[in-house]
Ligand binder design. Structure first.
Ligand SMILES: [Zn+2]
Length: 506
């Protein structure tokens, strides 16, 4: 009897101290948002202090500075690994990045909650199979001012092809170093006001998830993302009481079609996707009046979606690694004459979309059946992938661009069985690209006349991981090409030769 009482006493003391320790740990590692009682979002200084505090406490986490913003703030990568990061080749590498847009605060707050959460003992099994990097804030300058763009007033998530900004440059140098198999780019969407309000409703899902849609990305990757991975994450969100839906911009349905986002490769998701990466975009619902509105729910929703994707990858590590390795090998071997789609359009597959919306008149959730739903991206213009492109060395912008992307480049000698082609720009028409009007040059392709002075050109072969990106960037008719940016508009002159040449098999 005495013994039993004694035991009970020990047990309860033990449980009590365990509870105290757990409580103390939670208190110490509260994110700045939690410490601020959800009344103020995390500042850059608070973020800096917090992640270093986590780093000191945990052997699992190392904070690395991967670059600086326009205004000189650090860009931090939180590297989680149970061993030396990237060394164990049997592991899968995941990269999440948040807050490319400074006024989308819940991405950063969700990322910090995720960092806290991953360090809990019950989550450490994930790192038996995963090396994980979290970049909680790609755009600290925008975040401090609560504005979308960076310190140069540039939209970073439209900058991944031309890479003019230090933030996107740092991100791609970092990606290239580890070649992550899975990435997710965390955003918020702002459905309030505008044309939608006129039609009486708005989108209302807590979290939406988008997959890669560019038709040049491996079909296996696009299919698995669409049919297995996205549904898994969306379902997990619902189970945890966050409403969720497929990322589907466009509309309102009365006046315009709904699509599965863009297929442009200038954003975070598709710029990694085009290198045959499983790449996602997650968008939480922004606050309406103040960036702090509903921030607890917003941050927790973001964290839940991120956590679900990590869990999926953990459960399917080998399958994902295998697909990525095989499809990247195809890019690196540069299968000649493969078709690359340079102009595409969103088309229907006969399916109608049942879209959850909030009605302004009842202030309740409702659904609208969208008839003009175009979830499929279909190519309308293909080119045969050449062996490579020649860019004139005197065009400094093009050369610098190639250097920023760290493309494999070579001195050029014309191989036997190869020839050089050039485009003449006959005239410059325009084309509707996802409701923007962009240039659509009418071109004529001919053999390069005479001998080429090889020393005047830089040769970029297409048998590399960024091979499809190179084709998309350098073809004059590409809807996603450099010529669609003002910095490169001068490359297109009606009646003249396009300065970038193609090297093809005879
Ligand atoms: Zn965004």
């Amino acid at each position: 009897m005495t013994n039993l009482l004694f035991m009970n006493k020990i047990t309860s003391t033990f449980i009590l101290s365990l509870a105290l320790i757990t409580h103390a740990f939670a208190q110490q590692t509260s994110t700045p948002l939690e410490k601020n009682n959800y009344q103020k979002v995390t500042s850059y200084d608070e973020l800096t202090a917090y992640i270093h505090q986590l780093d000191e406490k945990s052997d699992l986490l190392k904070v690395e500075t991967i670059g600086q913003s326009v205004q000189g703030r650090n860009l931090y990568a939180l590297k989680f690994s149970s061993s030396e990061f990237g060394k164990d080749k049997s592991k899968i590498k995941i990269l999440f990045l948040a807050q490319q847009h400074g006024n989308e605060q819940s991405g950063k707050e969700g990322a910090l909650l995720l960092a806290q959460n991953l360090l809990k003992p019950e989550n450490q099994y994930l790192f038996d199979k995963i090396d994980f990097v979290l970049i909680p804030q790609v755009n600290p300058d925008g975040s401090e001012a609560n504005k979308r763009r960076n310190g140069n007033d540039i939209d970073l998530n439209r900058n991944h092809l031309i890479l003019t900004e230090p933030e996107t440059q740092a991100l791609h140098v970092f990606f290239d170093k580890y070649l992550f198999e899975v990435t997710m780019d965390i955003h918020e969407y702002f459905p309030y006001g505008g044309v939608w309000e006129k039609y009486g409703y708005r989108r209302n899902a807590d979290v939406t998830l988008g997959v890669t849609t560019n038709p040049n990305i491996s079909e296996k990757i696009r299919n698995l993302s669409n049919t297995e991975i996205a549904p898994y994450v969306l379902k997990n969100l619902s189970i945890n009481n966050f409403s969720s839906f497929v990322y589907s911009p466009g509309g309102p349905p009365e006046i315009d079609y709904i699509r599965h986002s863009t297929f442009d490769v200038n954003d975070g998701r598709q710029s990694f996707g085009i290198q045959n990466t499983f790449s996602f975009i997650q968008e939480g619902l922004n606050g309406k009046d103040a960036f702090i509105e509903n921030i607890k729910h917003r941050a927790e929703g973001q964290m839940t979606g991120m956590h679900a994707l990590i869990e999926y990858v953990y459960l399917h590590k080998n399958e994902i690694k295998k697909i990525v390795a095989a499809d990247r090998k195809k890019l690196a071997s540069g299968k000649l004459n493969a078709n690359v789609s340079i102009q595409s359009e969103h088309v229907s597959n006969g399916q109608k979309l049942t879209q959850p919306l909030l009605s302004y008149s009842t202030n309740k959730d409702t659904v609208v059946i969208v008839n003009d739903y175009r979830p499929v991206v279909k190519s309308i213009t293909d080119v045969k992938k050449p062996a490579g492109y020649l860019i004139p060395k005197k065009n400094k912008e093009l050369v610098e661009w190639a250097i920023k992307h760290a493309f494999v480049t070579k001195d050029f000698t014309l191989q036997k069985g190869h020839k050089i082609e050039q485009y003449t720009i006959n005239r410059i028409d325009s084309i509707d690209f996802e409701r923007d009007i962009i240039v659509n040059p009418i071109v004529e392709k001919n053999d390069f006349p005479g001998e080429i002075v090889a020393s005047e050109y830089l040769y970029i072969p297409t048998d590399q991981l960024k091979g499809n990106m190179i084709v998309l960037a350098l073809e004059p008719k590409s809807e996603l090409g450099l010529v669609t940016y003002k910095q490169y508009a001068h490359l297109l002159i009606a009646g003249e030769i396009f300065p970038v040449l193609r090297v093809v098999k005879k």
